[in-house]
Design a protein around this ligand. Structure first.
Ligand SMILES: Cc1cc2nc3c(=O)[nH]c(=O)nc-3n(C[C@H](O)[C@H](O)[C@H](O)COP(=O)(O)OP(=O)(O)OC[C@H]3O[C@@H](n4cnc5c(N)ncnc54)[C@H](O)[C@@H]3O)c2cc1C
Length: 447
C-alpha cells in the first residue's frame, strides 16, 4: 500500500475529496460527481446530514425573496424525495400568503417568514422534514452518484506541499489514513481543513442548542389553547421559556410524524463549539434544562399532558465557530442591502454570495462551502441556513470539476463557467439579480 511521506497509508485517491457530510458536503460531493469527477466523501460520524439530521434542525428556511423562489438544485431533490416518503411537509402554493388563517394553519410548522416583523407573517416556500429521512436521502444520493463514502473518518491533518493541498489525513479506529485528491472541499462547518492548511480565519461564537423531540403531543389541543385562550397561553408559554432559559417564542414545531414535535431550545451562550470542555459541559446543561421544561409542560401546557421525552439530538447544535477569512469577506451590509456581485455563484433568500467568499487567500486547490464560509459573524448569522449552505456546496462541486477539467487552480476558474454549469444542473447561481438587489448599477458603471 502507498504511504505518505510521514508513513500514513493512503486508503483512497480521487479527483475530489470532500470533508464533512452535512448539507453542504453532500451537495458538494454529488455535484462534483455529476460533473464527471471521482469523489471521496469523509464524515466523522456514522450518519450524513450534519445539523440537518444529527443536530435535528428540521426546517429548510430561507428559500424565497418575496414570491420568488431563489433556492433550487440539489435541495429540491431532497424535498421531493422526502415528500414522496411522507417525511417532508411544504405549504402548497395557494397557502403562501399573509393572513391570520394561514398563520394559524402553518406557523407551528416553522414555514412562515420570520424575517418580517409585521404579524401575521406570510407563509412561504419552506419545508419541515424528518431527520432520518434526511440521512436516508443523503445516503441514497451519495450511492447513486458513485461517491466513495467513508464514515467514521475524523479529519485530523491537511497534506499541503508548496502551498497546494494534496490530500487529508483522517483518524480512524484503525489508525491514521490518508486520502489524496486534486481538489479538497472543506465542508466541516468548523473550517477544520482550511484551518489545518494554514488558511486565514476568524474565530466566531454564538449560542449552542441541545435540540430535542417530544412524542405523544396532542398538537390539535396545543394549538386550540394557543389561539382560543391567548392570555392563558401567553402566561404558560412565558413560564416555559423562563424555565428552559433561552428559546424563540415558537420553541416547539411540528414534524411530519403526528404527535412528535421538535424543540429548538435551550439556547446556551458562552460555549465554544470546538472546545472539548465546552461541548461536554453543554451536553449536561442542555439535558438539565430540557428536562425542566418537559416536567413543566406535562403539568401545565394543554396538549402536552401525555408527552414523552424522545431525547436530545445526537449532536449539540453549533451555529458558528471558525470562519474563513477568504478572498472576499461578506459583510452584514452586503446581506442586509442585498448586494449583488458579478461573481455570484450561489444565493440565499434575497442575498448573493460571491465566488471569492468560498476561496482561501493562500492555499491552492482548496475551497470551502457551508456555514464557515468567508463572512463577518453578523453576516453569517443571516446567511447560514441549510438551503444556502447546500447551494454553496453545489457551486463548490462544480468549481472543483471545472478546475480539474481545465487543469487550472480552482481560484482561477471563470465564475461565468460556474454560473453556466449551475444553471444547466437546475440550480440558481444568483447570476441574474432580482429587482430588489443593490450594487447592480455600480457594476454596470465599472464595466
Ligand atoms: C440549533 C440550530 C437551529 C437552526 N435552525 C435552522 C433552521 O430552522 N433552518 C435552517 O435552514 N437552518 C438552521 N440552522 C442552521 C443550519 O442548521 C446550519 O447552518 C447548516 O446545517 C450548516 O450546514 P453545513 O453543511 O455547513 O454544516 P453542518 O451541518 O455542521 O455539517 C458539517 C458536517 O461535517 C462533519 N465534520 C465536522 N468536522 C469533521 C471532521 N473533522 N472530520 C470529518 N467530518 C467532520 C460533521 O459531522 C457534519 O456532518 C440552525 C442551526 C442550529 C445549530
Amino acid at each position: 500500500m502507498n504511504t505518505t511521506g510521514s508513513n500514513v497509508p493512503v486508503v483512497a485517491t480521487s479527483d475530489v475529496v470532500v470533508v464533512g457530510g452535512g448539507p453542504a458536503g453532500v451537495s458538494a460531493a454529488v455535484s462534483a460527481a455529476r460533473n464527471g469527477c471521482s469523489v471521496t466523501l469523509l464524515e466523522r460520524y456514522h450518519h450524513l446530514g450534519g445539523m440537518a439530521s444529527g443536530g435535528m434542525v428540521l426546517v429548510l428556511d430561507d428559500m424565497v425573496n418575496g414570491q420568488e423562489i431563489t433556492i433550487s438544485g440539489i435541495v429540491d431533490e431532497f424535498v421531493q424525495r422526502m415528500e414522496k416518503e411522507g417525511m417532508a411537509v411544504t405549504p402548497p402554493l395557494e397557502d403562501r400568503y399573509a393572513s391570520e388563517e394561514m398563520y394559524r394553519k402553518w406557523a407551528r410548522w416553522g414555514v412562515h417568514d420570520f424575517h418580517q416583523a409585521k404579524k401575521p407573517q406570510p407563509i412561504v416556500y419552506a419545508t419541515a422534514f424528518d431527520p432520518d429521512a434526511w440521512k436516508r436521502t443523503s445516503l441514497d444520493l451519495i450511492r447513486e452518484n458513485n461517491v466513495n463514502l467513508r464514515l467514521h473518518s475524523w479529519f485530523s491533518e491537511a497534506i499541503v506541499e508548496d502551498g497546494v493541498i494534496k490530500g487529508v489525513v483522517c483518524q480512524t479506529k484503525l489508525g491514521r489514513q490518508a486520502i489524496m485528491g486534486g481538489v479538497v472541499i472543506d465542508t466541516s462547518g468548523d473550517l477544520d481543513v482550511a484551518c489545518g492548511s494554514g488558511a486565514e480565519f476568524t474565530q466566531g461564537q454564538y449560542i449552542v442548542t441541545t435540540v430535542f423531540r417530544l412524542a405523544n403531543v396532542d398538537t390539535v389541543e396545543a394549538e386550540r389553547f394557543e389561539y382560543e385562550e391567548p392570555e392563558a397561553f401567553a402566561k404558560v408559554n412565558r413560564e416555559a421559556r423562563r424555565i428552559i432559559g433561552g428559546a424563540w417564542e415558537m420553541w416547539w414545531l411540528k414534524t411530519p410524524i403526528p404527535g412528535i414535535v421538535w424543540c429548538n431550545c435551550p439556547h446556551m451562550p458562552g460555549y465554544d463549539g470546538i472546545s472539548v470542555e465546552d461541548l461536554t459541559a453543554a451536553e449536561y446543561e442542555g439535558r438539565e434544562r430540557m428536562m425542566g421544561l418537559f416536567h413543566y409542560v406535562r403539568e401545565h401546557l394543554p396538549g402536552f399532558e401525555n408527552a414523552s421525552m424522545l431525547g436530545a439530538a445526537e449532536q449539540v447544535g453549533v451555529r458558528t465557530t471558525r470562519m474563513l477569512k477568504g478572498e472576499y469577506v461578506v459583510t452584514k451590509d452586503d446581506i442586509v442591502n442585498r448586494r449583488y456581485f458579478a461573481d455570484t455563484v450561489c444565493r440565499g433568500r434575497d442575498y448573493y454570495t460571491p465566488y471569492r467568499a468560498l476561496l482561501p487567500k493562500k492555499v491552492e486547490q482548496l475551497i470551502v462551502a457551508g456555514r464557515h464560509y468567508s463572512a463577518e459573524p453578523d453576516a453569517q448569522k443571516r446567511s447560514r441556513e441549510i438551503p444556502p449552505c447546500m447551494v454553496q456546496g453545489e457551486a463548490a462541486g462544480v468549481a472543483a470539476s471545472l478546475a480539474l477539467q481545465e487543469n487550472i487552480h480552482i481560484r482561477d476558474v471563470d465564475y461565468r463557467s460556474i454560473q453556466k454549469a449551475m444553471r444547466a444542473q437546475g440550480a440558481d447561481p444568483g447570476d441574474v439579480p432580482s429587482e430588489n438587489a443593490t450594487g447592480v448599477d455600480d457594476l454596470a458603471e465599472s464595466a
